[in-house]
Design a protein around this ligand. Structure first.
Ligand code: AMP
Ligand code: MG
Length: 427
Protein backbone atom coordinates (compact mmCIF):
# COMPACT_ATOMS: atom_id res chain seq x y z
CA UNK A 1 0.00 0.00 0.00
CA UNK A 2 1.13 3.54 -0.82
CA UNK A 3 1.09 6.08 2.04
CA UNK A 4 -1.56 8.77 1.52
CA UNK A 5 0.96 11.61 1.39
CA UNK A 6 2.99 9.82 -1.29
CA UNK A 7 -0.10 9.26 -3.42
CA UNK A 8 -1.08 12.93 -3.08
CA UNK A 9 2.46 14.05 -3.93
CA UNK A 10 2.46 11.87 -7.05
CA UNK A 11 -0.84 13.35 -8.24
CA UNK A 12 0.16 16.95 -7.54
CA UNK A 13 3.52 16.55 -9.26
CA UNK A 14 1.65 15.81 -12.49
CA UNK A 15 -0.94 18.59 -12.30
CA UNK A 16 0.31 21.87 -13.74
CA UNK A 17 -1.44 25.26 -13.65
CA UNK A 18 -3.17 26.23 -16.90
CA UNK A 19 -1.54 29.10 -18.77
CA UNK A 20 -2.98 32.40 -17.58
CA UNK A 21 -4.42 35.13 -19.73
CA UNK A 22 -6.41 38.36 -19.50
CA UNK A 23 -9.96 37.93 -18.15
CA UNK A 24 -12.69 40.57 -17.80
CA UNK A 25 -13.45 41.14 -14.13
CA UNK A 26 -17.07 40.25 -14.87
CA UNK A 27 -15.93 36.67 -15.66
CA UNK A 28 -13.25 36.36 -13.01
CA UNK A 29 -15.20 35.09 -9.98
CA UNK A 30 -13.51 31.97 -8.64
CA UNK A 31 -10.46 32.30 -10.86
CA UNK A 32 -6.93 32.51 -9.50
CA UNK A 33 -4.78 35.55 -10.24
CA UNK A 34 -1.51 34.94 -12.08
CA UNK A 35 -0.28 38.52 -11.66
CA UNK A 36 -0.39 40.84 -8.68
CA UNK A 37 -2.91 43.68 -8.71
CA UNK A 38 -1.35 47.05 -7.84
CA UNK A 39 -3.58 50.04 -7.15
CA UNK A 40 -3.03 53.07 -9.37
CA UNK A 41 -5.48 55.09 -7.28
CA UNK A 42 -6.10 55.85 -3.63
CA UNK A 43 -9.37 54.54 -2.16
CA UNK A 44 -11.14 56.63 -1.13
CA UNK A 45 -9.69 59.09 -3.62
CA UNK A 46 -10.73 62.14 -1.56
CA UNK A 47 -11.33 62.86 2.13
CA UNK A 48 -15.03 62.43 2.89
CA UNK A 49 -17.38 62.21 5.81
CA UNK A 50 -18.49 59.00 7.50
CA UNK A 51 -21.48 60.76 9.08
CA UNK A 52 -24.33 63.14 8.40
CA UNK A 53 -23.68 66.39 10.24
CA UNK A 54 -21.72 69.62 9.96
CA UNK A 55 -18.25 70.17 8.56
CA UNK A 56 -16.30 72.49 10.87
CA UNK A 57 -12.84 73.47 12.02
CA UNK A 58 -12.37 71.42 15.19
CA UNK A 59 -10.81 74.44 16.93
CA UNK A 60 -14.11 76.33 16.55
CA UNK A 61 -15.90 73.77 18.77
CA UNK A 62 -13.54 74.32 21.70
CA UNK A 63 -16.08 76.33 23.69
CA UNK A 64 -19.10 74.07 22.93
CA UNK A 65 -21.94 74.75 22.92
CA UNK A 66 -21.10 77.24 20.16
CA UNK A 67 -23.27 78.71 17.40
CA UNK A 68 -21.84 78.91 13.86
CA UNK A 69 -23.31 80.29 10.63
CA UNK A 70 -24.26 77.58 8.07
CA UNK A 71 -22.61 78.71 4.84
CA UNK A 72 -23.45 75.81 2.49
CA UNK A 73 -24.38 72.19 1.97
CA UNK A 74 -22.31 69.30 0.58
CA UNK A 75 -23.78 65.94 -0.46
CA UNK A 76 -22.25 62.78 -1.98
CA UNK A 77 -21.30 63.62 -5.55
CA UNK A 78 -21.75 67.37 -4.96
CA UNK A 79 -18.56 69.00 -3.63
CA UNK A 80 -18.63 72.43 -1.97
CA UNK A 81 -18.14 75.39 -4.29
CA UNK A 82 -16.04 77.29 -1.75
CA UNK A 83 -13.77 76.63 1.21
CA UNK A 84 -14.92 76.72 4.81
CA UNK A 85 -13.68 79.79 6.66
CA UNK A 86 -12.88 80.14 10.36
CA UNK A 87 -15.99 80.23 12.54
CA UNK A 88 -18.20 78.66 9.83
CA UNK A 89 -20.12 75.37 9.43
CA UNK A 90 -21.41 73.50 6.34
CA UNK A 91 -24.19 70.92 6.33
CA UNK A 92 -22.63 67.66 5.08
CA UNK A 93 -24.05 64.21 4.20
CA UNK A 94 -22.38 60.77 4.37
CA UNK A 95 -19.87 60.24 1.56
CA UNK A 96 -19.62 63.94 0.63
CA UNK A 97 -16.15 65.43 0.07
CA UNK A 98 -14.94 67.37 3.09
CA UNK A 99 -14.71 71.05 2.05
CA UNK A 100 -11.29 72.70 2.04
CA UNK A 101 -10.70 74.39 5.35
CA UNK A 102 -12.74 71.88 7.38
CA UNK A 103 -10.92 69.30 9.51
CA UNK A 104 -13.77 67.56 11.35
CA UNK A 105 -17.43 66.63 11.19
CA UNK A 106 -19.89 66.94 14.06
CA UNK A 107 -22.64 64.30 13.82
CA UNK A 108 -26.08 65.80 13.30
CA UNK A 109 -27.37 64.29 16.57
CA UNK A 110 -25.03 66.64 18.49
CA UNK A 111 -26.37 69.78 16.82
CA UNK A 112 -29.48 71.90 16.61
CA UNK A 113 -30.44 74.04 13.62
CA UNK A 114 -31.62 77.51 14.70
CA UNK A 115 -32.76 80.84 13.29
CA UNK A 116 -34.57 79.39 10.23
CA UNK A 117 -31.54 77.25 9.41
CA UNK A 118 -29.13 80.15 9.15
CA UNK A 119 -27.05 78.97 12.12
CA UNK A 120 -26.32 75.72 13.90
CA UNK A 121 -25.62 75.15 17.57
CA UNK A 122 -22.80 72.63 18.08
CA UNK A 123 -23.23 70.90 21.44
CA UNK A 124 -19.97 68.98 21.59
CA UNK A 125 -16.25 69.52 21.24
CA UNK A 126 -14.61 67.50 18.44
CA UNK A 127 -11.02 66.64 17.61
CA UNK A 128 -9.47 67.20 14.17
CA UNK A 129 -10.25 64.16 11.97
CA UNK A 130 -13.52 63.43 13.76
CA UNK A 131 -15.77 61.25 11.49
CA UNK A 132 -13.49 61.84 8.51
CA UNK A 133 -12.35 59.13 6.11
CA UNK A 134 -8.93 60.20 4.86
CA UNK A 135 -7.95 59.76 1.21
CA UNK A 136 -6.13 56.42 0.82
CA UNK A 137 -7.37 55.13 4.16
CA UNK A 138 -8.53 51.87 2.51
CA UNK A 139 -5.99 51.48 -0.33
CA UNK A 140 -2.92 53.54 -1.14
CA UNK A 141 -1.49 54.39 -4.55
CA UNK A 142 1.11 51.76 -5.48
CA UNK A 143 -0.07 49.26 -2.90
CA UNK A 144 -0.07 45.56 -3.90
CA UNK A 145 -3.72 44.80 -3.35
CA UNK A 146 -3.73 41.11 -4.34
CA UNK A 147 -0.95 38.70 -5.16
CA UNK A 148 -0.55 35.95 -7.72
CA UNK A 149 -2.36 32.89 -6.35
CA UNK A 150 -5.19 34.86 -4.78
CA UNK A 151 -8.66 33.66 -5.77
CA UNK A 152 -11.13 36.25 -7.02
CA UNK A 153 -13.92 36.41 -4.43
CA UNK A 154 -16.96 38.71 -4.35
CA UNK A 155 -15.18 41.14 -2.00
CA UNK A 156 -12.11 41.16 -4.26
CA UNK A 157 -14.32 41.88 -7.28
CA UNK A 158 -15.62 44.86 -5.31
CA UNK A 159 -12.08 46.08 -4.65
CA UNK A 160 -11.24 45.74 -8.37
CA UNK A 161 -14.36 47.74 -9.22
CA UNK A 162 -13.47 50.40 -6.65
CA UNK A 163 -10.10 50.78 -8.38
CA UNK A 164 -11.65 50.93 -11.86
CA UNK A 165 -9.87 47.71 -12.89
CA UNK A 166 -11.91 45.93 -15.56
CA UNK A 167 -9.47 43.15 -16.49
CA UNK A 168 -7.11 40.85 -14.58
CA UNK A 169 -4.57 38.21 -15.56
CA UNK A 170 -5.82 34.89 -14.23
CA UNK A 171 -5.65 31.15 -14.79
CA UNK A 172 -8.55 29.62 -16.71
CA UNK A 173 -11.16 27.60 -14.85
CA UNK A 174 -10.33 23.94 -15.61
CA UNK A 175 -12.83 22.05 -17.74
CA UNK A 176 -13.29 18.67 -16.12
CA UNK A 177 -14.84 15.73 -17.93
CA UNK A 178 -16.68 13.04 -15.94
CA UNK A 179 -17.71 9.58 -17.10
CA UNK A 180 -18.87 6.47 -15.31
CA UNK A 181 -18.12 2.87 -16.20
CA UNK A 182 -19.95 -0.33 -15.44
CA UNK A 183 -22.23 -2.79 -17.27
CA UNK A 184 -24.54 -2.77 -14.24
CA UNK A 185 -25.31 0.96 -14.40
CA UNK A 186 -28.49 2.62 -15.61
CA UNK A 187 -29.43 6.29 -15.55
CA UNK A 188 -32.71 7.81 -14.44
CA UNK A 189 -36.03 6.35 -13.32
CA UNK A 190 -37.73 3.16 -14.49
CA UNK A 191 -37.59 -0.37 -13.15
CA UNK A 192 -34.21 -2.04 -12.64
CA UNK A 193 -33.50 -5.39 -14.20
CA UNK A 194 -31.82 -8.00 -11.99
CA UNK A 195 -28.29 -6.92 -11.09
CA UNK A 196 -28.68 -3.36 -12.32
CA UNK A 197 -28.01 -0.30 -10.15
CA UNK A 198 -28.45 3.38 -10.89
CA UNK A 199 -25.48 5.54 -11.78
CA UNK A 200 -25.13 7.87 -8.79
CA UNK A 201 -21.45 8.72 -9.20
CA UNK A 202 -21.71 10.73 -12.39
CA UNK A 203 -24.19 13.34 -11.09
CA UNK A 204 -22.30 13.47 -7.79
CA UNK A 205 -18.89 13.99 -9.40
CA UNK A 206 -20.25 16.55 -11.88
CA UNK A 207 -21.71 18.44 -8.92
CA UNK A 208 -18.48 18.21 -6.91
CA UNK A 209 -16.62 19.63 -9.91
CA UNK A 210 -19.08 22.50 -10.23
CA UNK A 211 -19.11 23.17 -6.48
CA UNK A 212 -15.32 23.38 -6.47
CA UNK A 213 -15.52 26.15 -9.08
CA UNK A 214 -14.52 24.17 -12.17
CA UNK A 215 -16.47 23.61 -15.41
CA UNK A 216 -18.08 20.16 -15.46
CA UNK A 217 -18.34 18.31 -18.78
CA UNK A 218 -20.60 15.25 -18.83
CA UNK A 219 -18.85 12.55 -20.87
CA UNK A 220 -21.64 10.08 -20.20
CA UNK A 221 -21.70 6.43 -19.26
CA UNK A 222 -19.66 3.67 -20.85
CA UNK A 223 -19.90 -0.12 -20.49
CA UNK A 224 -17.07 -2.30 -19.25
CA UNK A 225 -15.37 -2.30 -22.63
CA UNK A 226 -11.82 -1.19 -23.38
CA UNK A 227 -12.68 0.63 -26.60
CA UNK A 228 -15.62 2.43 -25.02
CA UNK A 229 -13.48 3.58 -22.08
CA UNK A 230 -10.67 4.67 -24.43
CA UNK A 231 -13.28 6.54 -26.47
CA UNK A 232 -14.56 8.44 -23.42
CA UNK A 233 -11.04 9.41 -22.38
CA UNK A 234 -10.41 10.50 -25.97
CA UNK A 235 -13.52 12.69 -26.00
CA UNK A 236 -12.30 14.23 -22.74
CA UNK A 237 -8.84 14.81 -24.18
CA UNK A 238 -10.46 16.71 -27.05
CA UNK A 239 -12.16 19.29 -24.90
CA UNK A 240 -11.11 19.06 -21.25
CA UNK A 241 -8.18 19.92 -19.00
CA UNK A 242 -8.69 16.83 -16.83
CA UNK A 243 -10.97 13.80 -16.72
CA UNK A 244 -12.53 11.88 -13.84
CA UNK A 245 -13.82 8.36 -14.29
CA UNK A 246 -15.59 6.21 -11.77
CA UNK A 247 -15.31 2.45 -11.47
CA UNK A 248 -13.04 -0.10 -13.02
CA UNK A 249 -9.95 0.53 -10.91
CA UNK A 250 -10.03 -2.15 -8.22
CA UNK A 251 -8.36 -5.56 -8.24
CA UNK A 252 -10.86 -7.53 -10.33
CA UNK A 253 -10.39 -8.78 -13.88
CA UNK A 254 -12.91 -6.34 -15.37
CA UNK A 255 -11.27 -3.26 -13.89
CA UNK A 256 -10.67 -1.86 -17.28
CA UNK A 257 -10.03 1.81 -16.61
CA UNK A 258 -6.61 1.02 -15.33
CA UNK A 259 -5.98 -1.40 -18.21
CA UNK A 260 -6.92 1.28 -20.73
CA UNK A 261 -4.96 4.02 -18.97
CA UNK A 262 -1.99 1.69 -18.93
CA UNK A 263 -2.29 1.21 -22.68
CA UNK A 264 -2.94 4.79 -23.82
CA UNK A 265 -1.25 6.85 -21.14
CA UNK A 266 1.45 7.12 -18.58
CA UNK A 267 -0.33 5.50 -15.66
CA UNK A 268 0.26 4.79 -12.02
CA UNK A 269 -2.13 2.50 -10.23
CA UNK A 270 -2.09 2.74 -6.48
CA UNK A 271 -3.49 0.95 -3.49
CA UNK A 272 -3.51 3.88 -1.09
CA UNK A 273 -3.31 3.18 2.65
CA UNK A 274 -6.72 4.72 3.38
CA UNK A 275 -10.27 3.58 3.96
CA UNK A 276 -12.49 4.11 2.03
CA UNK A 277 -11.10 4.86 -1.46
CA UNK A 278 -8.10 2.50 -1.47
CA UNK A 279 -7.73 2.00 -5.25
CA UNK A 280 -6.71 4.95 -7.40
CA UNK A 281 -5.57 5.00 -11.01
CA UNK A 282 -3.90 8.22 -12.03
CA UNK A 283 -2.61 8.74 -15.54
CA UNK A 284 -1.57 11.31 -18.07
CA UNK A 285 -2.83 11.10 -21.64
CA UNK A 286 -2.02 13.39 -24.57
CA UNK A 287 -4.71 16.01 -25.04
CA UNK A 288 -5.80 17.50 -28.38
CA UNK A 289 -3.78 20.58 -27.44
CA UNK A 290 -0.66 18.43 -27.17
CA UNK A 291 -0.38 18.71 -23.40
CA UNK A 292 -0.42 15.94 -20.84
CA UNK A 293 -3.98 15.70 -19.48
CA UNK A 294 -4.48 14.16 -16.03
CA UNK A 295 -7.01 11.33 -15.75
CA UNK A 296 -8.24 10.40 -12.28
CA UNK A 297 -9.54 6.83 -12.23
CA UNK A 298 -11.69 7.04 -9.10
CA UNK A 299 -13.15 3.96 -7.44
CA UNK A 300 -16.73 2.92 -8.24
CA UNK A 301 -18.11 2.64 -4.73
CA UNK A 302 -20.06 5.86 -4.24
CA UNK A 303 -18.51 6.94 -0.94
CA UNK A 304 -15.05 5.97 -2.19
CA UNK A 305 -15.40 8.06 -5.32
CA UNK A 306 -16.36 11.09 -3.22
CA UNK A 307 -13.55 10.60 -0.71
CA UNK A 308 -11.09 10.04 -3.56
CA UNK A 309 -12.32 13.26 -5.16
CA UNK A 310 -11.80 15.17 -1.89
CA UNK A 311 -8.30 13.76 -1.23
CA UNK A 312 -6.82 13.57 -4.75
CA UNK A 313 -8.89 15.06 -7.56
CA UNK A 314 -9.95 18.31 -5.90
CA UNK A 315 -6.40 19.24 -4.82
CA UNK A 316 -5.03 18.28 -8.25
CA UNK A 317 -7.71 20.29 -10.03
CA UNK A 318 -7.10 23.26 -7.73
CA UNK A 319 -3.44 23.09 -8.71
CA UNK A 320 -4.47 23.13 -12.38
CA UNK A 321 -6.68 26.15 -11.57
CA UNK A 322 -3.60 27.97 -10.23
CA UNK A 323 -4.15 27.72 -6.48
CA UNK A 324 -0.91 27.82 -4.46
CA UNK A 325 0.31 24.65 -2.75
CA UNK A 326 -0.75 25.80 0.72
CA UNK A 327 -4.36 26.16 -0.41
CA UNK A 328 -4.97 22.90 -2.29
CA UNK A 329 -6.46 20.71 0.41
CA UNK A 330 -9.64 20.84 2.45
CA UNK A 331 -8.71 22.29 5.84
CA UNK A 332 -8.48 19.90 8.78
CA UNK A 333 -10.01 21.38 11.91
CA UNK A 334 -9.57 20.24 15.48
CA UNK A 335 -12.76 18.64 16.80
CA UNK A 336 -13.92 16.48 19.71
CA UNK A 337 -15.49 13.02 19.34
CA UNK A 338 -19.05 13.22 20.69
CA UNK A 339 -19.15 9.42 20.84
CA UNK A 340 -16.57 6.65 20.43
CA UNK A 341 -15.25 6.48 16.86
CA UNK A 342 -13.78 3.02 16.87
CA UNK A 343 -11.78 1.14 14.24
CA UNK A 344 -9.29 -1.74 13.99
CA UNK A 345 -5.59 -1.32 13.20
CA UNK A 346 -5.03 -2.17 9.51
CA UNK A 347 -2.16 0.09 8.43
CA UNK A 348 -4.57 2.61 6.90
CA UNK A 349 -5.95 6.06 7.73
CA UNK A 350 -9.74 5.89 8.07
CA UNK A 351 -12.04 8.70 6.98
CA UNK A 352 -15.28 8.43 8.97
CA UNK A 353 -18.42 10.20 7.81
CA UNK A 354 -19.49 12.47 10.65
CA UNK A 355 -22.10 15.07 11.49
CA UNK A 356 -20.53 18.09 13.15
CA UNK A 357 -22.01 20.64 15.53
CA UNK A 358 -20.67 23.40 17.74
CA UNK A 359 -20.89 22.79 21.51
CA UNK A 360 -22.65 25.87 22.94
CA UNK A 361 -20.76 25.54 26.22
CA UNK A 362 -17.22 25.93 24.90
CA UNK A 363 -17.51 26.45 21.13
CA UNK A 364 -15.79 23.13 20.37
CA UNK A 365 -16.67 21.32 17.17
CA UNK A 366 -18.26 17.99 18.18
CA UNK A 367 -18.49 15.12 15.69
CA UNK A 368 -20.57 11.94 15.63
CA UNK A 369 -20.92 9.18 13.05
CA UNK A 370 -23.53 10.10 10.45
CA UNK A 371 -24.50 6.44 9.89
CA UNK A 372 -23.40 3.24 8.17
CA UNK A 373 -19.76 3.51 7.17
CA UNK A 374 -19.73 1.09 4.22
CA UNK A 375 -18.23 2.53 1.05
CA UNK A 376 -21.54 1.80 -0.71
CA UNK A 377 -23.60 3.65 1.92
CA UNK A 378 -24.05 7.05 0.33
CA UNK A 379 -26.81 7.88 2.84
CA UNK A 380 -24.32 8.50 5.64
CA UNK A 381 -22.20 10.58 3.27
CA UNK A 382 -25.26 12.65 2.40
CA UNK A 383 -25.85 13.29 6.12
CA UNK A 384 -22.20 14.05 6.83
CA UNK A 385 -20.74 17.50 7.41
CA UNK A 386 -17.21 16.17 7.33
CA UNK A 387 -14.75 13.31 7.40
CA UNK A 388 -13.13 12.52 10.74
CA UNK A 389 -9.52 11.51 10.20
CA UNK A 390 -8.61 8.42 12.24
CA UNK A 391 -4.92 7.47 12.05
CA UNK A 392 -4.05 3.77 12.19
CA UNK A 393 -5.00 2.34 15.58
CA UNK A 394 -8.15 1.73 17.60
CA UNK A 395 -9.91 5.03 16.99
CA UNK A 396 -10.84 7.66 19.56
CA UNK A 397 -12.97 7.55 22.69
CA UNK A 398 -15.80 9.98 23.40
CA UNK A 399 -14.40 13.34 24.45
CA UNK A 400 -11.05 12.82 22.75
CA UNK A 401 -9.67 15.18 20.10
CA UNK A 402 -10.01 14.21 16.45
CA UNK A 403 -9.25 16.08 13.22
CA UNK A 404 -12.12 16.66 10.81
CA UNK A 405 -12.14 17.68 7.17
CA UNK A 406 -15.25 19.75 6.70
CA UNK A 407 -17.33 19.02 3.59
CA UNK A 408 -20.28 21.24 4.50
CA UNK A 409 -21.41 23.85 6.99
CA UNK A 410 -20.41 22.46 10.37
CA UNK A 411 -23.41 22.90 12.63
CA UNK A 412 -27.15 22.85 12.68
CA UNK A 413 -27.74 25.91 14.79
CA UNK A 414 -31.26 26.43 16.07
CA UNK A 415 -32.65 29.78 17.12
CA UNK A 416 -29.28 31.50 17.11
CA UNK A 417 -29.03 35.12 16.04
CA UNK A 418 -25.91 36.33 14.22
CA UNK A 419 -24.93 38.22 17.36
CA UNK A 420 -24.97 35.19 19.68
CA UNK A 421 -21.53 34.25 20.91
CA UNK A 422 -22.72 30.80 21.97
CA UNK A 423 -25.63 29.65 19.81
CA UNK A 424 -28.03 26.97 20.99
CA UNK A 425 -27.84 23.72 19.10
CA UNK A 426 -30.17 20.95 18.20
CA UNK A 427 -28.11 17.82 18.52
P1 AMP B 1 -15.88 -0.94 -9.47
O1 AMP B 1 -14.89 0.06 -8.96
O2 AMP B 1 -16.22 -0.74 -10.91
O3 AMP B 1 -15.45 -2.36 -9.17
O4 AMP B 1 -17.22 -0.70 -8.65
C1 AMP B 1 -17.27 -0.87 -7.25
C2 AMP B 1 -18.71 -0.82 -6.77
O5 AMP B 1 -19.25 0.47 -7.04
C3 AMP B 1 -19.64 -1.81 -7.44
O6 AMP B 1 -20.56 -2.24 -6.47
C4 AMP B 1 -20.34 -0.96 -8.50
O7 AMP B 1 -21.58 -1.48 -8.83
C5 AMP B 1 -20.44 0.36 -7.80
N1 AMP B 1 -20.47 1.45 -8.78
C6 AMP B 1 -19.61 1.59 -9.80
N2 AMP B 1 -19.89 2.68 -10.50
C7 AMP B 1 -20.97 3.25 -9.93
C8 AMP B 1 -21.74 4.41 -10.20
N3 AMP B 1 -21.45 5.20 -11.23
N4 AMP B 1 -22.77 4.70 -9.38
C9 AMP B 1 -23.05 3.91 -8.34
N5 AMP B 1 -22.37 2.81 -8.03
C10 AMP B 1 -21.33 2.46 -8.80
MG1 MG C 1 -17.19 -1.62 -12.40
Amino acid sequence: MVPLDDAIAHVLAHCQPLLPGPVPASHALGRVLADAVVSAEAVPSFANTAMDGYAVRAADTAGAPVTLPVVGEVAAGHPADRALGPGEAMRIFTGAPVPDGADAVVMVERTERLDDGRVVRIDTTVEPGNHLRAAGEDLKVGETVFGAGDEITPARLGVLASLGIAEVVAHPRPRVGVFSTGDELVTGPGPLRPGQIRDSNRPTLLALVAQAGFEPVDLGWVPDDEDAIAGAIDRGAGSCDAVLSSGGVSMGDIDLVRVVLDRIGDMRWMQVAIRPAKPLAFGLVMSAAGTAMPVFGLPGNPVSSMVSFALFARPGLRRIAGHPDERLHLPRLPAVAGEPLTRRPDGRIHFVRVAAAVDPADGALVVRSSGGQGSHQLGAMARADGLAVLPDGDGVAAGEPVAVMLLAEPARVVGASMGDAAPRLDR
